[in-house]
Design a protein around this ligand. Structure first.
Ligand code: G4P
Length: 283
């Protein structure tokens, strides 16, 4: 589900996250491994301040492995606790919990010194829409947790769910809005499905995807569509080649450009062509 974020929504979402942050020892931020920069809302850094952070690079099955390693190293160097995973895999708690334990070790040591008895680690999941927050929560909870949707302000009785041996998780995730730093960020968010409606013109999204693939993996792109194009070709010729190869005609012999646009976005968004990361770790 996608929503249009207005200032009122944003203020409400921020308030909700801030309220819930008071209850937890550690934040588990879910990012899309294909866009670790673009799927992060920097406001989180402002409001979590010094709270330890586990960073889940989710949808790792659709990301470039080398880039994922580079992002993991970058997050470690920032003092965060990163893990790359496929949120649909039901063993993920075995990867997340040890990191939450390490991330909160100091907090619990301090509590112990003050004579406060050990209790479960309290955590909450935070992220922008469609990065996989519900998938991760449901998987960790081993049950379907009611979905509030991606709308902030939908009040629901929150519960703690047992997650692993030593952790408890809030059953509702903190929802942040996708931050459009610039046009390219918007295209990446759309290309990966973080925003699904036409907030960004879809032809621009498809063209961005085509140009990215022709710059990074032209052979695979040509093989996938059974065409022979290059980055120096006119974009209309590339659309024509894909339309012809896939039989996307508007009637007569005209190419249906809207159908080509949708097909390209679908193929990239769902990892059909290959596994790519659109944000570089050292950019
Ligand atoms: P959200 O709560 O953050 O909004 O995201 P949600 O869990 O609903 O996940 C969004 C979509 O991403 C879902 O697809 C989900 O199955 C998929 N997904 C989550 N984690 C992974 C992963 O690690 N790898 C892959 N490949 N997909 C993942 P969906 O049910 O098909 O929904 P939609 O695409 O129709 O929205």
């Amino acid at each position: 589900m996608s929503i249009n974020w207005f200032p009122g929504h944003m203020a409400k979402a921020r308030r909700e996250v801030e309220e819930n942050l008071k209850k937890v020892d550690v934040v588990i931020e879910i990012l899309d491994a294909r866009i670790p920069h673009s799927s992060h809302n920097p406001m989180l850094d402002e409001i979590t301040q010094h709270k330890p952070r586990v960073v889940v690079l989710n949808k790792v099955d659709m990301a470039d492995k080398k880039e994922t390693d580079a992002w993991m190293a970058k997050f470690r160097s920032e003092g965060k606790y990163p893990v790359a995973l496929d949120g649909r895999n039901n063993q993920i708690i075995k990867k997340i919990e040890p990191l939450a334990i390490r991330a909160t070790a100091e907090i619990f040591e301090r509590m112990e010194k003050k004579g406060i008895g050990r209790r479960a680690i309290r955590a909450m999941i935070i992220g922008i829409p469609n990065v996989g927050k519900s998938t991760v929560i449901n998987n960790v909870a081993k049950k379907k947790v009611a979905k509030t949707g991606n709308t902030p302000g939908v009040t629901k009785q929150q519960q703690w769910i047992k997650a692993g041996e030593q952790m408890e998780l809030l059953d509702t995730p903190g929802i942040l809005w996708p931050k459009f730093e610039d046009e390219i960020t918007g295209r990446k968010l759309s290309l990966t499905g973080a925003i699904k409606d036409a907030v960004v013109p879809l032809d621009e999204v498809a063209i961005y995807g085509i140009e990215f693939l022709l710059a990074h993996d032209p052979d695979r792109f040509n093989t996938f569509y059974n065409i022979n194009v290059s980055a120096s070709d006119e974009i209309v010729d590339i659309f024509d080649a894909i339309g012809k190869s896939r039989g996307l005609k508007a009637g007569g012999n005209e190419i249906n450009y809207e159908a080509v646009t949708n097909r390209v976005i679908y193929d990239i968004r769902n990892g059909k062509i290959g596994s790519y990361t659109f944000d570089e770790a050292d950019a």
